[in-house]
Design a protein around this ligand. Structure first.
Ligand code: NDP
Length: 337
């Protein structure tokens, strides 16, 4: 039984050598517990916060501890009748071949036939698809005819968020890094416009947003922060709404971010800005995942996955989230012996 542990922590971008694969004994379930044989493990930007921050919404990982994440797996041994051997589960587990656990708020059994690959339970039918779903439907709350801007738009959450808003009748504009990703927004995800933020100043980005949305932005789905958020606020209409999903540009920052020059426009234009965490909606995951599965089946939502093989690939795969090298939901495929 192998597992991925934290060896060192640092400010700034983590190093591959900050993580290690360790061997551990095979766990045995006690009463009410079960052992999951992990098949896929999600690698999320939030894991970066958990390496150093002590005041985030998730507990810090201590040195020597196993990294935890959402995984999909199959129950290998069980003393909980609700999770029988052979059933498929999604939950918050160690990034390990086998993991001893018990039922928790985000644990659920899944029907593997609901998707063409189990990996989809970590991407469009899992935490990232669900984040997009609840962030758009509960926080941004789009109305037909409105214009939505998504930052981090070619990523796992952003690409789905934009497509869900389009299904609500919005005009959707996305910002992503590089010409290829910007082109993918319109070509693959059906957005109305895509903007490449690389090499753009605050003024350049603001001009590009105004160009793509001359009528202004009503809704912002924010994944990035920094000058992307600043430029977007400048382009927002009266009574606009901002759903703050993440601020990835700050996760490895070693200096405080520069102040938002347009912040007062929230006051002047009566703009609502609201953060959210997907697990606030844990009791509704199954119903939302069923809706997402239907949209995927109907060809209304497209998504990409960046799947890496083996625990050893974990550190590089994780770091790809911060270089933009990933092309969709980043995860590990595990094949325990
Ligand atoms: P993505 O698939 O979007 O991958 C991360 C992307 O972020 C990269 O591909 C890169 O895209 C962009 N990026 C990375 N570093 C920077 C930077 N310094 N400046 C600008 N862009 C950067 O990841 P996810 O879809 O998993 O996550 C997207 C966001 O959603 C994150 O902020 C994450 O924290 C948040 N999140 C929030 C949740 C919640 O419950 N609130 C739950 C899950 C995720 P590019 O190449 O375009 O630059």
């Amino acid at each position: 039984n192998r597992r991925l542990v934290l060896r060192a922590r640092r400010d700034g971008l983590p190093h591959v050598g900050d993580f290690a694969v360790e061997h551990a004994p095979m766990p045995e379930p006690g009463p009410g517990q079960f052992v999951v044989r992990n098949l896929y493990a999600s690698l999320d930007p939030a894991l970066r916060q958990r390496l150093t921050l002590t005041d985030s919404y998730v507990p810090r990982i201590e040195l020597g501890e196993v990294l935890t994440a959402t995984t999909v797996g199959v129950v290998a041994a069980s003393r909980d009748p609700a999770y029988p051997v052979g059933s498929h589960v999604v939950g918050h587990h160690g990034i390990a071949d086998y993991w001893l656990t018990a039922a928790g708020p985000v644990t659920r059994t899944i029907d593997p036939s609901a998707a063409s690959s189990l990996s989809h339970f970590l991407s469009v039918l899992g935490p990232t698809g669900l984040t997009a779903y609840f962030g758009i439907t509960r926080v941004a709350r789009p109305r037909a005819g409105e214009t939505l801007l998504v930052t981090g738009a070619a990523g796992a959450v952003g690409s789905v968020a934009g497509q869900i808003a389009r299904l609500s009748g919005c005009r959707v504009i996305g910002i992503a890094g590089g010409a290829d990703k910007a082109a993918r927004l319109t070509g693959e995800y059906g957005f109305d416009a895509g903007i490449d933020y690389r090499d753009k100043t605050l003024a350049g980005l603001t001009a590009a947003i105004r160009d793509a949305a001359p009528e202004g932005i009503d809704l912002l789905f924010e994944n990035v922060g920094g000058i992307q958020l600043d430029a977007a606020i400048d382009c927002m209409n009266e009574r606009g709404r901002i759903a703050v999903c993440g601020l990835i540009s700050q996760y490895n920052a070693t200096e405080p971010p520069p102040p938002l020059t347009n912040l007062f426009k929230l006051v002047a234009r009566s703009i609502r800005m609201e953060g959210f965490i997907v697990r606030n909606y844990a009791s509704e995951y199954a119903a939302a995942a069923a809706t997402l599965a239907r949209w995927v089946g109907e060809g209304k939502i497209h998504f990409r996955e960046s799947i890496h093989d083996g625990l050893e690939a974990g550190p590089e795969a994780f770091l790809s989230l911060f270089t933009g090298w990933n092309q969709g939901k980043v995860m590990l495929r595990l094949e325990p012996s």
